[in-house]
Each structure stands twice: as C-alpha cells, then as structure tokens.
Design a protein. Structure first.
Length: 396
C-alpha cells in the first residue's frame, strides 16, 4: 500500500527522544530512515528505563522501521560517510547542542552545498540563535522555561513535572510539521531545501494557550490549579465513593444545564448568572461542591454510566493496565504486537494519525545495533576491506 512519504530518505543523527521521535513518525509513513549510532554503545535510549537482554524495551517502539548504521561522527572517516550519504538524502535530523555538527565539518553550509535540496531539522534546547543557544537543554528544563512546570500541581506546593518527557515529544511533533512544510516548499519552489529550527522551550510555550495574552492585557499570572482547568467551569476531577475519580467536563452551556438536571440541582442550571462560562467561573466553588456531593454518593462506574446517558463528557483516570485492557484502544489499533530480537512479545503504541487512503505501517522491528552498517556502507562504495579496517579502529 502506498504511503505518503515513500521515496523520502532520512538521515537521523540525533539521540534519545526529540530527534528520534520525529524520525519514528516519518518512518511510519513511508520514509526510509537511517539511524546513525555511536559504535559500541549506540543511542543512549537503548539503556533507558526497563531493559530486556540489555536493551530498553522503549527502543522497540522508538526505533521501529529504522535501519541502524554505526558510525563515529568524530572521526574523519565517519564525517566523510555522512557527506556521501547526504548527497542522496532528503531530510537530516539532529538534536545535538548548536555548533556540534559545525565542529565536525557537517554544518548546514557544508551539507547544503553538497545537496541544495536538503532539509535539516535541528532540535535543541534554546534554538540555533539567541543568547541561550549554547546552553545544554533537556526537556525538563524546557518544560519549565516554556511555562508548563509552573502550572503543574497543586497551589502552594512544589511544582510537579509531567511524568514523561513531554518537551522532547512536543518538539519532535513540531519538527515533523516543519519537515512536511519544508518538503512542500521544496516541491513548489524548485527543489530548494532549508533549516527547520525547533527549540524545546518554544515547543512547550506554543501549547500555553492564553497564558501570554492574559498577562499582557491584564497582568494576570496564571497559577497552578490542581485537577481543575482554570477559567473554564465546570471541569475537574471528582472523588466517588469507591475512592476513584471521575473527570467531568460540563463547561458547555447546554451541557452544564443537562449536568445540573442529572445531579438534581436544576436551580443551578436555571440560574442566569451561571448560563455562560464567565459566570460559572466566578462561582466555580459552588458548582464543584454540588457535583462533588453527587459523585461522593456513587461508584465511579455508576457516575460514568449516568453521565454517558446524559451525553456529558466524562471519563476515568487510566493507568497503563487500563489502557492495555481497553477495547477501544484495540479497536483503533492503538496497541500493536511486536517481538524483541529473542522472540519475546512486546506491545507498543499504534500509529497516529490515522489516514484513510495512505495509512502508516510498521514494516519491521527496531534494529539491533549496527544491523545495517555493512549493507549501507557497501551501497555507497565502501568495500569489505575498508569496513574491516574501520571496524578494527572503532569507526564503525
């Protein structure tokens, strides 16, 4: 089946999350992705979190559909290989600190001179320009600088982080968008490539909704609000009598009225001061108390069943066991089966987004370290004797 990025060649030089997650998405939709890894150790992600036979099971999800080429980018031979590969590459992905590739003789000026159609995605903590460009930047720092960390958690408590590297993943998504825009521009404008400059903190900041406009007009500094959604009411987590929480979003005007009927508080639904969101926000404590009292008398399952019947958006808080057992996840093919190199079954997230005519696909499992090195080097004319010499010297 045709896939939208079939024929696009990608060279992934990045490590860990931000660059490789972008490469994963491109590979799922048909791009041919060569992942360059340091000889011996490979991408550090291979050793992150829970390991099976010495390799992270995370690797199985992050690197499927890719080919692994081991190459020491600090060596002249490794740098020459990159320059040769770039001549037939559409997209290069890197997430090193700005200036690193330039120090290896692999900067934009050099590589675009070899291939004027090259598109280079550069992901870094603070971007390729500006006073902070040379600072090391990880997702957790970017999440704080972008405004997310300040809003997370309970008021007057230590700000908490989201339990995943959300800054890296958001940057990868912005990177994929940038790549697709650059490919479209190249198609329309005679084959000229460009740099896609993605900063981790900017990717987070781009998600901050009304944060800055409210500050610029009103001087309002939004504060953490725990489980509620500030300025939108009602939208909160409510404890049920079995100790579980129902997430209820009754913030549409007609939805709010139905919710108040359901919880036997029709006078709140009919109150003209609560007819629109701004009025409800002013009295959110009163509304939350009423909803909370109703939930506290019922189990979570009973609460969700009643809300569903009344067409009120609601849900439970899923842990991974809930996700793995959920029939909707399976019906949407969001849980896919794969195998680790020794044959051990492993589940991984499915492909997003869903395209009706040219859907993404998983062609093959994540590669072992250097699995495709000989094949890829032979294809660009590096003979077996040279490869043996390079391997002995740690170049590959």
């Amino acid at each position: 089946m045709s896939r939208p990025l079939s024929g696009i060649r990608v060279l992934e030089l990045g490590q860990l999350i931000a660059g490789p997650f972008a490469g994963k998405m491109l590979a799922e939709f048909g791009a041919s992705v060569i992942k360059v890894e340091p000889p011996g150790s490979g991408d550090p992600l291979r050793k992150w979190r829970l390991l099976h036979d010495g390799t992270s099971v995370w690797w199985a999800a992050q690197s499927r559909n890719k080919q692994s080429l081991t190459l020491d980018l600090r060596s002249p031979e490794g740098q020459e290989v990159i320059r040769r590969l770039v001549s037939e590459t559409d997209v290069l992905i890197e997430n090193f600190r700005p200036g690193t590739l330039e120090g290896w003789g692999l900067g934009w000026d050099v590589l675009s001179g070899i291939n004027p159609g090259l598109i280079m995605l550069r992901v870094s903590g603070y971007g390729q320009t500006g006073p902070y460009r040379d600072r090391p930047g990880f997702g957790v720092v970017a999440e704080a600088m972008g405004g997310l960390r300040h809003l997370s958690g309970e008021p007057d408590r230590t700000p908490v982080r989201v339990g995943i590297s959300i800054g890296d993943s958001l940057s990868a998504l912005h990177g994929v968008i940038g790549i697709l825009l650059a490919l479209r521009h190249r198609e329309q404008q005679g084959g000229k490539g460009q740099v896609v400059d993605v900063a981790l903190y900017e990717s987070v900041f781009n998600m901050m909704e009304s944060l800055l406009p409210e500050y610029s007009v009103f001087g309002a500094v939004r504060q953490p609000a725990g489980s509620s959604l500030p300025g939108i009411a009602p939208s909160n987590a409510y404890r049920c009598n079995d100790g579980k929480y129902a997430l209820i979003a009754g913030n549409g005007d007609s939805i709010f009225r139905r919710l108040m009927e359901l919880i036997a508080r029709p006078e709140l639904g009919a109150d003209p001061t609560l007819a629109a969101n701004d009025g409800r926000v002013a009295q959110v404590a009163r509304i939350d108390e009423a909803i909370g009292a109703w939930c506290a008398q019922r189990t979570l399952d009973d609460v969700l069943a009643a809300l569903s019947e009344a067409r009120i958006p609601a849900g439970r808080i899923y842990d991974v066991a809930d996700i793995a057992a959920d029939p909707h996840y399976h019906a949407r093919e969001m849980i896919v089966e794969d195998r680790l190199p020794d044959g051990t079954p492993v589940q991984a997230p499915g492909i997003v987004p869903k395209l009706s005519a040219t859907p993404g696909a998983i062609e093959h499992s994540a590669p072992t370290l250097g699995e495709h090195t000989d094949t890829l080097l032979a294809a660009i004319g590096v003979d077996a004797t040279t490869r043996d010499d390079w391997r002995a010297r740690g170049v590959i």
